[in-house]
Design a protein around this ligand. Sequence first.
Ligand SMILES: [Zn+2]
Length: 412
Amino acid sequence: MNFIALIVLIFISLEFLFNTLAAIMNLKNLKLIAPESVRDVFTESEYKKSQQYLRHNTIFDLITEALKFSILLIFWFTGSFQLLDDYVKSFEMTEIYSGLIYIGLILTGYILLGLLTSIYSVFVIEEKFGFNKTTPIIFVSDFIKTIVLFVLIGLPIIFSILWFFEYMGNFAWLYCWILVALASIVIQVVAPIWIMPLFNKFTNLSDGTLKNKISKYAQEVGFEFKNIQIMDGSKRSSKANAFFTGFGKSKKIAFFDTMIEDHSEDEIIAVLAHEIGHYKLKHILKATVLSIVNSGVIFFMMSLVIKNQLIFDAFYLENISTYAGFIIFGILYSPISLIISIFSNYYSRINEINADKWSIETTGLVIELGDALKRLARNNLVNLSPHPFYVFLHYTHPPLIDRLEIIKNLNK
Ligand SMILES: [Zn+2]
């Protein structure tokens, strides 16, 4: 094992250790009785249920993460990256097509593992807790649609990245960056028009007091939109949410049907105002810019890795190739992405508070926002007492109890 292999091993082990430790601390942090501020919404049995839900999910995650980590180590230290390369080279194809097969085979393994875990998660865990509404037919058709989308969108992008690194010399990373940045913007534009309707049915919200209230609020804060739609989220799960998509005047506001059923009109307005707050405070724009900058840094770092013989030696690979470099970079990047996500999660938690503040200031619906958040939390069985270390690593939103406290203080 060379020096680089040792460093990589230390870093990916630390990442695994931190995640495992945080999950265990999170379980240990469960409290016997529900916090005072949510007792009006969470009954004792719902509170117990939310804890059992956390236990089931955490144990399942710990097992799958340990499995993935072991598979990676076995693959690495049995020299399988090189064995796979030998196999792919036996087809005697060009570098780029060999690359597509190499990456394709590894991705297939990864997708199969993901498929097994999601079958268990949907049909065993979500089913047990009464969330699951997905039938096997919906599940299979979702899977097929996702694969088709990957072949149509993901594959050409991977092909182009391999091609740039093969033929465009030192600035290949820059071309990759431009391509991925453009692709991500195009996908954001076309997703609500072509991709999301493949998975869900959207119907316009019928005329009535809710529609009037939404239109009135949007006009007051100068939020232009094309229409308000209801998404049949209940087709897959009883969990609820709200969001909007699109740019400029063609924005669409969408609510899960499950949310419309279980919340009062004012609660819906309070949640919608929070979402509009993200838009008005430019959180969405800033997040898009940050993710584009991040992908530039990723491609630049990748260009350094895929020419480095020492790194290939660390993975027992004899020949330098773009495609194997691609996979190795994925392994090296994993601990780095954990560190980046700590910063981006922190930033996101601040944005959530500012969007809550926006909602309260523009609607005055303080109690309704709190009630809506509690009801969403109960219906989704969220953990009410996450460990601070777990929050630090993984939470994009402040924990519910903290958030309710902040909302209360914002109003003073
Ligand atoms: Zn938010």
